[in-house]
Design a protein around this ligand. Structure first.
Ligand code: AMP
Length: 202
């Protein structure tokens, strides 16, 4: 199903360096729906020097999380945009249990629900290798080694409980994130189809 059919609303979870951003982009392109990447939105705000950008710059550079209040306000506005009506791939949001609960409320308030929560799993050692490689190629201020370590620590502390939150509700599908980009993309496609065949997430 694509943007012209029943809306597909996917939450893509995964640690930093799991390939989440790349896979979110590929999936969104394939489905003809927007990729909503909160990291990209924040980086754009920093680049443009907007008031939001000025508020979040130091937090992002340290590898910490931006406050739930700011993030929820940002996503509330983005999800309400006309291009998100046909569905979306959420990349980087939610990142905490409070953000997930807010997302549920936000969607329910608009008569919407999540189609699938997919969790890209990649072992820490592989994440470190990938992130170390990325710092040379992409000009991301948060890809320095100590920041990478901090982002992984923050992921385990704040975002992993969210994985358990969705798992307990039986709404989570684990997807092996190791392997070639195309292989992982195919696994994501299959998982999503299975989820939709089963009627999606309640
Ligand atoms: P990402 O590109 O998703 O890895 O995000 C880059 C950085 O943006 C993160 O390390 C956080 O500082 C910030 N960020 C992105 N999304 C969120 C979120 N949902 N909650 C809090 N901080 C976020």
């Amino acid at each position: 199903m694509d943007g012209a059919g029943k809306p597909v609303r996917v939450v893509l979870l995964g640690p930093p360096g799991s390939g989440k951003g790349t896979q979110a982009r590929l999936l969104a392109e394939r489905l003809g729906i927007p990729q909503i990447s909160t990291g990209e939105m924040l980086r754009a705000a920093v680049r443009e020097g907007t008031p939001l950008g000025q508020r979040v710059k130091a937090v992002m550079e340290a590898g910490d999380l931006v406050s739930d209040d700011l993030m929820i306000a940002l996503i509330r506005e983005r999800i309400a945009a006309p291009d998100a009506r046909g569905g979306f791939v959420l990349d980087g949001f939610p990142r905490t249990v409070d953000q997930a609960a807010a997302l549920d409320r936000l969607l329910a308030g608009n008569g919407m629900k999540i189609s699938a929560v997919l969790n890209l799993s990649v072992p820490d050692a592989a994440l470190m290798d990938r992130l170390a490689g990325r710092s040379g190629q992409e000009n991301r201020a948060d890809d320095r080694r100590e920041t990478v370590l901090e982002r992984l620590r923050v992921y385990h502390e704040k975002t992993e409980p969210l994985v358990e939150f969705y798992r307990r509700r039986r709404s989570l599908t684990d997807v092996d994130g190791m392997g070639e980009v195309a292989e992982v993309a195919a696994r994501i496609g299959e998982s999503l189809e299975q989820k939709q065949a089963a009627g999606g997430v309640s």
